[in-house]
Design a protein around this ligand. Structure first.
Ligand SMILES: [Zn+2]
Ligand SMILES: [Zn+2]
Length: 441
């Protein structure tokens, strides 16, 4: 279960929780997912991260988001230039009036956060600016992400911040490419496309503010609590036929305990979304079945391993599988609930996950209506063609492949289900490795 092209520790990984379950009455106590806490588990004293958003003030985030996400931005210009013949319904009129009220207030408040940011906003979204020219898409997208409820680290991880820092220092912003942060990349491009004079000072100042604020959040996350991370060692594993846990990467850590995180290992059954993401976890286990399996694939759709989950699927399954086995975290984690996995992982092991991008592929994007564009793989594939390939493999792995054995497994006993799944995935891999070898010859 190793891809000849990606090697023993793939850097781009696709995770999927698959409804491949057997009857709960066959569940035996030998089952041992990576989420299991052992006596020898290290004890890390982390706390929940406070205000990791770019703009700490919640009200300001909400008002800014109302403006830049409004479908009526264009009508605003027409209405302000007194062309009252717009066929607006009463509801639309009301929302446009609200915008007219909100824009100057937000401009002033952003000015207090950072003067460049306030000026930049005023120049693009100010009432006078909007009359002469509706805002370009790149500016709307950037301000939507500035207003996001997510941590700023979703938008820019450690390598992206280092790249941006280098860019700001080097004054070589003419040919600047910052593919790691698509929203900023597209704004720089837009500035150069619309003027030969380079980046306006307010944009430059805003980027400097962004960088320093994001570094502040990163530093706080990295210094979160005491850790007793043990030396790496190969941990003796139980027989996979008993434990239901099979990965081609050997286990090198136990899942730590986090006594200061109140809800650390609580199973997620669809209610605990913190009011942020609108997509709910699938309600597994409704029909007296177990929680299915969690599996991981490389971008060539080759499966690197899986584990059976006694109840419910959650972020803990992905977090624990990676932390217990990967020597360093994968560069990219594609997962249906990446928007929730990212804060979960960074709260617990920020240093380990600081260089990772957490993304939702297009196939799973449906339902995440409230999440920041920075969470979606699509945002990255718009500027970086490498991401397009990852997206198409993500649709092929996981559920769509395994659905063929779902019915058969639902009638099996535990050990039979485990062995059958492993054999199926080995055949699956062999076919793909053959194709890959043929293509390489
Ligand atoms: Zn989401
Ligand atoms: Zn591969």
């Amino acid at each position: 279960m190793i891809c000849p092209s990606c090697g023993p520790n793939p850097v781009d990984t696709i995770w999927d929780g698959v409804t491949l379950s057997f009857n709960r009455k066959h569940l035996r106590s030998t089952i041992q997912p990576p989420t299991t806490i052992h006596d020898t588990s290290p004890c890390n004293n982390r706390r929940y991260l406070v205000k990791p958003q770019l703009i700490p003030d919640k009200e300001l985030r909400r008002s800014l988001s109302t403006i830049v996400s409004s479908p009526h931005l264009k009508q605003l210009g027409a209405l302000l230039s007194k062309s009252d013949d717009l066929p607006l319904t009463e509801k639309e009129q009301k929302s446009v009036r609200k915008l007219i009220e909100l824009v100057p207030v937000v401009e002033e408040q952003l000015n207090e956060v950072n003067t460049s940011l306030g000026q930049f906003f005023g120049r693009i979204f100010g009432l006078r600016a909007i009359i002469s020219c509706p805002p370009a898409r790149a500016y709307i997208a950037l301000f939507q992400q500035i207003a996001a409820e997510e941590s700023v680290l979703q938008m820019a991880n450690r390598p992206a911040l280092i790249a941006l820092g280098g860019l700001l220092e080097s004054s070589s912003l003419i040919s600047a490419k910052i593919l790691e942060i698509p929203a900023i990349h597209l704004v720089i491009q837009e500035c150069w496309a619309s003027s030969d004079n380079g980046l306006p000072n307010d944009v430059l100042g805003t980027l400097k503010w962004f960088h320093s604020r994001a570094m502040e959040v990163l530093t706080k996350a990295l210094s979160n609590g005491q850790s007793s991370s043990p030396e790496l060692a190969t941990i003796p594993e139980c027989d996979w036929r008993e434990s239901g846990c099979y990965y081609s990467i050997p286990q090198i850590r136990n899942r730590p305990k986090y006594p200061s995180l109140k809800h650390d290992t609580r199973p997620e059954l669809g209610d605990d979304r913190g009011g942020k993401c609108s997509k709910f976890y699938n309600q597994y286990g409704k029909q007296r079945l177990t929680g299915g399996i969690m599996g991981v694939w490389c971008t060539h759709s080759i499966c690197y391993g899986f584990h059976f989950i006694p109840v419910g699927e959650g972020r803990n399954d992905v977090f624990s599988a990676i932390y217990t086995r990967w020597p360093t975290a994968p560069k990219r984690i594609i997962y249906d609930f990446a928007c929730a996995l990212s804060p979960y992982s960074l709260t617990r092991e920020a240093d380990f996950f600081a260089d990772t991008s957490f993304n939702i592929d297009t196939f799973h994007a449906k339902g995440h209506t409230k999440c920041s564009p920075a969470a979606f793989l699509k945002t990255y594939s718009e500027v970086d063609p490498r991401a397009i390939h990852i997206n198409s493999s993500a649709a092929e792995c996981g559920n769509s492949g395994i659905s063929r054995i779902r019915k058969a497994v639902s009638y099996m006993t535990q050990e039979r289900a485990i062995v059958y799944t492993r054999v199926f995935l080995s055949y699956w891999n062999r076919q793909r490795i053959r194709k890959l070898n043929e293509a390489m010859v």
